[in-house]
Ligand binder design. Structure first.
Ligand code: F6R
Length: 623
């Protein structure tokens, strides 16, 4: 969603802000703006739509100046327009403000500022901040911003510059992420480390209700009462080019291919060998707590919830704890009974998803312990949890999540095995088998990726179909849900996932030659039932793509009528996506990859904008 970048130094602030905004494009936006302060005052430039419009505008008329702030806006209060895009200016046009988050009390503030004579130019909540800063500015910008934010209720990360204070930039946060990048004779602010990683690898991660005065030569962090805050710089662990496409056409494609290495990073230090117990650091749980849990709830949104649903299955099975899984938005509505000794596992790539954060808070109020499974270090959900298991996926830029999903599943697998070992709830041989399967995974994932050309052939056959159904049972039902979500969000093909057991209770009515069915049919406890479902689909002229283990001789011919019309689908073998054999409980990790590739190549053949699908934002910070 919205993104912030700011710069102070000797270089041209507008071009640094612009490059930073480019790196935040993946979050989703519909307008953008930059403000710079020069010796002559404050100048802004705003565009609606793509950042290419900003690039053209800056090429035609550069915005010189060594101090600037930039913003990409994803509309919430007021439509995408020049007036509503940030930076917003104070009435005297001397103060510029960029803001991420939502102000709950902006209407009251707007009313009272209007009564005091301030004229509003936009429909946004942010504009009140610019006017408030003007109201309180008496020559000390930090004091004015401090006073302004005291009036605000809600979530914000704010960057502010002033024509009368050309040697400083002020930044402050509450509930929305903010970092200050540390340079040499220059400094930065950003809502996301990725925006400034090309400039520096050292940042201060700012906490709620901390305000920063940033000059060329230093950063002063204080609380809102001006008490100094000591903060060690955080060194960003990924290289500057991690957020580049590295030769791939799309970030999504690159991120799918990063999965074998991400798996190694995710397991490192946690699972070393089949004989070593699993280690988990910083998850904030004592052995007694783990032994004493009587209920677990997984909660998340979207793809992260699909990982949570795998977790629901595994936690029950391995740790023998009654486990539920609820979408974060629904968990708040359902208001479940939370007995003593309940653990809530919150799953989120960004760690900023508004519904997930709300669900976490609701569970904490009810007395649950919260462990989160997170990618973005120090994100809001990570901070508010009792413990965090980082998934170690590295930056994920593509809006459609791929490697983060797989690493969420992998981290949850490890967590469940860890619980099983601590609780002694699973036979040691079973645990050893699963550990061995996990250790083999990175190599198997590499093998799956070498088979991409086969997936492309399948994609070529089906990319023009209007509808798709994904079927599976048991631990792979979430894999089917994730496969369908990937397809619909980037190709816009209508795709549904069902438990194959539900087929006969409704969805079978949809089966016809124009709807392709992807069936997850790997040998295991639900294999025979899946064979039956494939026969039922073929008998109704439904084309089948089956995901099966290498060497399966049955599935390619399942439901095929050898004596029928060879041009008819019922007489043709099923299209196969082969994956290396693994254990049932580790199979979601290997099955995810070809389903991601299938969605990717179908969308690519349809010519869609894969990394920035319509209407979607990478980080959904509004409810
Ligand atoms: C889909 C996708 C989304 C996210 C969801 C939650 O590809 O990425 O469904 O999974 O918006 O986001 P996080 O994981 O950041 O909480």
């Amino acid at each position: 969603m919205c993104g912030i970048v700011g710069y102070i130094g000797d270089r041209e602030a507008s071009s640094i802000c612009f490059s930073g905004l480019r790196r935040l494009e993946y979050r989703g936006y519909d307008s953008a703006g930059i403000a710079v302060v020069t010796g002559k005052g404050l100048t802004t430039r705003k565009v609606v739509g793509n950042l290419n419009n900003m690039e053209t505008s800056l090429d035609e008329a550069p915005l010189p100046g060594p101090l600037g702030i930039g913003h990409t806006r994803w509309a919430t209060h007021g439509k995408p327009s020049i007036e509503n895009s940030h930076p917003h200016l104070s009435q005297n046009n001397k103060i510029a403000v960029v803001h991420n988050g939502i102000l709950d009390n902006y209407q009251e503030l707007r009313k009272s500022l209007t009564a005091e004579g301030y004229a509003f130019r936009s429909q946004t909540d942010t504009e009140v901040v610019a006017h408030l800063v003007e109201k309180y500015y008496k020559g000390d910008l930090r004091a004015a911003v401090c006073e302004a934010v005291r009036q605000l209720h809600g979530a914000f990360a704010i960057g502010c510059i002033c024509a009368d204070s050309p040697d400083e930039m002020i930044a402050v946060r509450r509930f929305s992420p903010l970092v200050v990048g540390i340079g040499d004779g220059e400094n930065y602010i950003a809502s996301d480390m990725g925006a400034i990683r090309a400039e520096t690898d050292r940042v201060y991660v700012i906490d709620d209700d901390e305000i920063c005065k940033i000059t060329r030569d230093g950063v002063e962090i204080t609380d809102l009462d001006c008490n100094p805050v000591e903060r060690e710089p955080y060194v960003i662990p990924w290289p500057a080019d991690a957020a580049q496409k590295g030769g791939y056409k799309k970030f999504m494609h690159k991120e799918i291919h990063e999965q074998p290495d991400a798996m190694r990073a995710c397991m490192a230090g946690r699972l070393n060998s089949v004989d070593d117990p699993i280690h988990f650091e910083n998850i904030g749980l004592t052995v007694d707590e783990i032994k004493g849990f009587e209920k677990v709830i997984f909660t998340a949104c979207g793809t992260a919830m699909h990982a949570g649903l795998v977790g629901r299955f595994l936690m029950d099975k391995l740790a023998r704890i009654p486990t539920e899984g609820d979408l974060a938005a629904e968990l708040q509505v359902r208001d479940p009974v939370i007995p003593k000794n309940t653990l809530c596992v919150v799953v989120s790539q960004s760690g900023e998803t508004a519904d997930t954060l709300e669900a976490l808070r609701a569970m904490k109020r009810k007395g649950a312990k919260v462990v989160s499974v997170i990618n973005v270090v120090d994100s809001s959900i990570a901070r508010e949890s009792d413990g965090v298991a980082y998934i170690q996926a590295g930056p994920e830029i593509s809006v459609a999540s791929t490697k983060a999903y797989s690493m969420q599943v992998l981290t949850i697998e490890l967590l469940c095995l860890y619980f099983a070992e601590v609780r002694g709830s699973c036979p040691p041989d079973e645990i050893r088998k699963l550990k061995a399967a996990l250790l083999k995974l990175p190599k198997q994932a590499e093998e799956v990726l070498t088979r991409e050309p086969d997936v492309i052939e399948v994609a070529k056959k089906y990319y023009e179909k209007p509808n798709a159904l994904y079927l599976a049972r048991g631990v792979n039902l979430p894999s089917a849900m994730e496969g369908a979500l990937k397809l619909k969000e980037i190709s816009y093909i209508h795709a549904e996932a069902y438990s194959a057991g539900e087929m006969k209770h409704g969805p079978i009515a949809l089966v016809e030659p124009n709807m392709f069915v992807t069936a997850i049919a790997c040998e295991g406890p639900t294999y025979d039932e899946m064979v039956g479902n494939i026969m039922e689909i073929k008998a109704r002229s439904g084309p089948v793509i089956a995901v099966s283990y290498d060497g399966d001789e049955k599935i390619p011919q399942t439901g095929v009528d050898p004596g029928g019309d060879p041009t008819d689908i019922t007489s043709q073998p099923n299209d196969m996506i082969w994956v290396p054999r693994t254990e049932e409980l580790t199979s979601p990790l290997i099955i995810a990859i070809p389903l991601q590739l299938l969605a990717y190549h179908i969308a690519d053949l349809r010519g869609e904008d894969i990394d920035q699908p319509r209407n979607l934002a990478k980080t959904v910070t509004v409810k």
